[in-house]
Design a binder for this molecule. Structure first.
Ligand code: GLN
Ligand code: ZN
Length: 751
């Protein structure tokens, strides 16, 4: 018996973000297409070789993508898109137009919409399928990768996104028979072409089916069934991010050879697994593609041995796309912390240790040493437990999660405290970050300027920002957030319990990467984090200055989180740190405090069974952070996404005094009946779309403000942009905010 190891997907951007640099040069025509392609080939081959050297049995062709795996699949299947027609990675110029926007047939086209890949921080492009045109599969690129593999003696298997997931993510939740036939045929056609070049097995990525029936409809499951059962390929069904809830028993209807189980996000009973093993070869996804912590490989080896199954594969739970590459060059991390972390290459090593022991039918010394060593580091690592923080979380009670007065009553105190007109105007927090601002921060980080010089520079920027807001006559002002590079990183750097890597990049979309902080220890606030900036800004104006914080759920959601205590407990720890900051701001004369939670919606579990539990602790964490203040202090929150209806009840339960929310891009859709019924607090649906450099038109502003006045109780309406203004330029911001304020003043006269 020989057990093999396998990885269902690997990062593409390169250990030093080589792909990013290459593609950005290509976009700027600084390198030729051939030079660019040579670079990508080099990167692909180098990663294959590394995986092979770690004993991974087969490498993937079709896993690499020039921008996004969904767009790649659209190209392989030759599915025409509405505004772009056929988009194939053999015509890169056109391909990148679909991804990034550009001129098509003499008309400027916006790119395909980008949205979250399941509940990860990766974003994919949403295909706009043009069903009226013919589909024409094109596997040139796969052929190219296959040749590349042959030249380098790499053994490969093809991988492609499966039909159910592709349709689900294209927002084609239910399709008629005609469409079904078209899509099924295009897969079968593609498979035939793959067979012609000698590829007779394929990994079908079916994340959506892996999540289960609360996420994907039965009609799409039938499309998958049709594709699989009509094909004569050897199919490896790669479902992940769940346990095929609702479909697990029905998988036997599918003619597949290998079935992948995500044993990190999905939970399966041993008995269930044994019975599945009688029908399929199983791929045990035991090495977590979404966390960055070492696995207890001895436990895994024992468990696999105890199952008593023969002929299986040991694999990643999902693609390692969501993990950074390697810890090799992380020289500044605490050695004990480094020794409990596991990025891409380290995960490959874990797979290697597991299968070597399994195949030798004896746990290797190396595997034992691995476990002992990281468990020792786990014990030794300093900063894991802060008894005071633990006690505080332990001792929380009902009162800590609630404000002392009801929202309507608080509003009376606040109106008196703030003295603002009806339809108050404000902004979301950040103002344009100019090269000067970024330079100042950079110099400070590089120790080129001292504290004093840095503070002086920042104060000048804050002063200017306040003056501009005064002259625009906004009602509630902000300090502008010039001291922040990133809304999570800023707080992480000031709190205990966070660590930062040098190269821990993870692809967010296209060539863009993020470097999430790592929460490894108890979170604790050592000193105030924002008070000096806010009080300085307040000292410059008689108008209320809004304090500005990032909320607990967003900090959690955009970080890698420790796995030795629950997410809820980490969230409460962060919430307590923020609570202290909120109270300190209040003590120092700040009357309005905004706690941003743009990521609260994206944390919603895909499997509906876990929704309530999540919302419960998410809402509580926010309330814990915001409830320490007096009734007259006004708490704001901000969220930005358009699908808002599903969690309206939870948002209402946050019990914020004022909520600002993105709305203008979706045509103020959220200002609907549902909102009126379910949301009872004050709300500022954004009337200025800050995602585009376009200036807010007077007419658009009028229409939007009128719409608010018609649909929401007057005393509940706030006027603000969609989101922070950080990425915009000053000229368009000044002009747009002037329009926003002027139009509001006009409307005020009529009420
Ligand atoms: N206060 C933040 C800002 O204005 C909010 C950013 C966000 O919602 N993503 O930049
Ligand atoms: Zn926002």
């Amino acid at each position: 018996m020989s057990i093999e190891s396998f990885v269902t997907g690997f990062p593409r951007v390169g250990p030093k973000r080589e792909y990013k640099w290459a593609v950005e040069k290509f976009w700027k025509s600084e390198i030729t297409e051939n030079e660019f392609l040579a670079k990508t080939d080099e990167l692909i081959v180098s990663q294959w070789k590394i995986q092979r050297d770690f004993g991974i049995s087969k490498q993937l062709v079709g896993d690499f993508s020039f921008y996004d795996q969904i767009l790649e699949t659209i190209g392989y299947l030759g599915i025409p898109l509405k505004r772009f027609g056929i988009v194939s990675n053999t015509d890169l110029e056109h391909y990148f137009k679909a991804a990034r926007g550009g001129e098509v047939n003499g008309k400027k086209e916006a790119p395909l919409e980008m949205t979250k890949w399941f509940d990860t921080n990766y974003h994919y492009l949403v295909p706009e399928i043009d069903w009226d045109k013919d589909f024409s599969p094109n596997i040139s690129r796969i052929k190219h990768e296959l040749n590349l593999a042959k030249k380098n003696n790499i053994d490969v298997i093809a991988k492609i996104q499966g039909p159910a997931t592709l349709l689900k993510l294209s927002r084609e939740d239910s399709i008629d028979d005609g469409k079904k036939e078209k899509i099924v045929n295009s897969y079968l056609n593609l498979f035939n072409q793959l067979k012609d070049i000698g590829l007779s097995s394929v990994v079908l990525d079916e994340g959506a089916v892996g999540v289960g029936n609360s996420y994907i409809s039965e009609s799409l499951f039938y499309v998958l069934k049709d594709v699989v059962n009509k094909s004569d390929m050897e199919i490896f069904l790669n479902g992940f991010f769940g346990n095929y809830q609702g479909y697990l028993e029905r998988l036997e209807e599918l003619k597949i050879k290998t079935l992948h189980l995500d044993l990190c996000m999905g939970s399966f009973q041993d008995e269930e697994i044994k019975s599945l093993s009688k029908k399929f070869q199983l791929s045990f996804g035991v090495i977590d593609g979404r966390s960055i912590w070492k696995s207890n490989i001895l436990d895994l080896i024992n468990w696999l041995n105890k199952l008593g199954i023969e002929n299986y594969i040991v694999s990643s739970s999902c693609s390692f796309l969501h993990s950074p590459y390697s810890l090799e060059e992380e020289s500044i991390l605490d050695p004990d912390l480094k020794n409990i972390l596991s990025f891409g290459y380290e995960k490959l090593n874990e797979l290697k240790l597991i299968v070597t022991s399994l195949n030798k039918a004896e746990v290797s010394e190396e595997a034992k040493e691995f476990n002992n060593s990281f468990q020792l580091s786990n014990k030794q690592l300093s900063g894991r437990v802060n008894p005071e923080v633990r006690e505080r979380v332990e001792g929380l009670n009902e009162k800590d999660f609630n404000r002392s007065t009801k929202r309507e009553e608080r509003l009376l105190f606040q109106n008196e405290n703030l003295n603002i007109p009806p339809l108050p105007t404000t902004t979301i927090g950040s103002f344009p970050q100019t090269a000067e601002t970024r330079n100042l921060r950079k110099k400070y980080k590089a120790n080129e300027i001292n504290d004093e010089e840095y503070h002086k520079g920042l104060k000048e920027i804050i002063k200017e920002t306040v003056e501009i807001q005064e002259s625009l006559d906004l009602d509630i002002l902000v300090h502008g957030e010039a001291e922040r590079n990133d809304m999570v990183e800023y707080f992480g750097e000031l709190l205990d319990g966070f660590a930062f890597t040098k190269f821990g990049w993870v692809q967010s979309y296209g060539s863009r990467c993020v470097k999430p902080p790592i929460i490894y220890g108890d979170v604790n606030r050592v000193d105030p984090m924002t008070v000096s900036w806010s009080t300085y800004a307040q000292s410059l104006t008689a108008k209320p200055m809004k304090g500005m914080l990032t909320g607990p759920v967003t900090i959690l959601q955009w970080s890698f989180i420790r796995n030795d205590i629950s997410k809820k407990e980490v969230a409460y720890q962060i919430a307590l740190a923020l609570r202290d900051e909120v109270v300190d701001l209040e003590k120092n004369g700040i009357k309005v405090i905004q706690i941003d939670e743009p990521a609260i919606r994206e944390g919603l579990p895909l499997d509906k069974r876990f929704k309530e539990e999540y919302l419960d602790w998410a809402v509580n964490s926010f309330k814990l952070s915001s409830s320490g203040v007096k009734p007259e202090t006004q708490i704001h929150s901000h969220m930005c996404y358009s699908e808002f209806d599903e969690i309206l009840d939870a948002i209402n339960a946050l019990d914020v005094d004022v909520l600002s929310i993105e709305a203008s891009r979706s045509g103020m859709d959220l200002v609907n009946e549902g909102l009126k019924e379910k949301y009872t607090g004050a709300i500022g649906p954004g009337i200025y779309d800050i995602h585009s450099p376009l200036v807010l038109e007077v007419n658009d502003a009028k229409v939007r403000v009128d719409q608010l006045v018609k649909s929401i109780k007057l005393e509940n309406i706030w006027i603000n942009p969609d989101c922070g203004l950080k990425t915009r330029g000053w000229p368009e911001v000044k002009e747009s905010l002037k329009t926003m304020v002027d139009v509001t003043k006009e409307v005020r006269k009529t009420i």
